[in-house]
Design a binder for this molecule. Structure first.
Ligand code: HPA
Length: 232
């Protein structure tokens, strides 16, 4: 138990899939998991542990933004002995070529957040996801015929921001933006654990196209299946 998670240690699997939205966790458990059990409802940050094709997995909601993701992923890694977290979320695309509902595999997360500085007293602003886990995800995507856009993302603390897209594209190869990978990758780096992130494009910051929340839920399924199939 931690201040934020009521699950017993043995109720959390060593591999965790992390969407932002608690209701999405419920949907994933109901649609994909067998013998699942609700293991956290503190603050309605729902989490379920069950099996997918015989493999034990926990789906745990991160909430929105680096501080929330930072708390849950840190406690999962450091208290619950979790070894691997795959974030499954949404992102805003930085180019016309990256269409709504396309899937992004995050190579590096660039951020102006102080999260890593405050966590580990180091000033790194570009943090990488786990290469080994990414390779498994790429191989699985090939097998499932899912096209992946592989690149860096800009992880912001401010949803309603003034984002300088050309600067982020040209200097840091950012293809999209979201709000949670930097804290996740910071914790994984500090604690010697594995973390990767899959994102579906929910809006395009160039064309200003947007998905509805219902459409977003459906387009999520392909990405969730890729994450679940990538579990070893
Ligand atoms: N900005 C930040 N985070 C996001 C966005 C966005 O446009 N879309 C999905 N997550």
């Amino acid at each position: 138990m931690t201040p934020h998670i009521e699950a017993k240690k043995e109720e959390i699997a060593s591999i965790v899939i992390m969407p932002g939205d608690p209701l999405r966790c419920k949907m994933i458990a109901e649609k994909y998991l067998k013998d699942y059990k609700l293991v956290n409802q503190v603050r309605n940050q729902l989490a379920y542990t069950g099996t997918y094709k015989g493999k034990r997995v926990t789906v745990f909601s991160s909430g929105m933004g680096n501080p929330s993701m930072g708390i849950y992923s840190h406690e999962l890694f450091s208290v619950y002995g979790v070894e691997e977290i795959i974030r499954v979320g949404s992102c805003g695309a930085f180019s016309e070529d990256l269409g709504l509902y396309e899937v992004v595999l995050v190579e590096n997360s660039y951020s102006h957040s102080n999260y890593y500085q405050e966590l580990d007293d180091k000033n790194d602003r570009l943090l990488e996801s786990n290469k080994e886990l990414n390779q498994i995800i790429k191989d699985t995507a090939n097998k499932l015929n899912i096209e992946l856009n592989i690149g860096n993302v800009y992880c912001t603390d401010v949803f309603y921001n003034h984002v300088d897209i050309p600067y982020l594209r040209d200097n840091f190869n950012c293809i999209a933006t979201e709000m949670e990978t930097f804290a996740l990758f910071s914790n994984a780096k500090k604690l010697g654990k594995k973390a990767s992130a899959l994102l579906t494009v929910s809006d395009n910051l160039i064309t200003h196209e947007e998905t509805s929340s219902e459409e977003r839920q459906n387009s999520f399924n392909q990405m969730i299946e890729l994450a679940l199939e990538s579990i070893k």
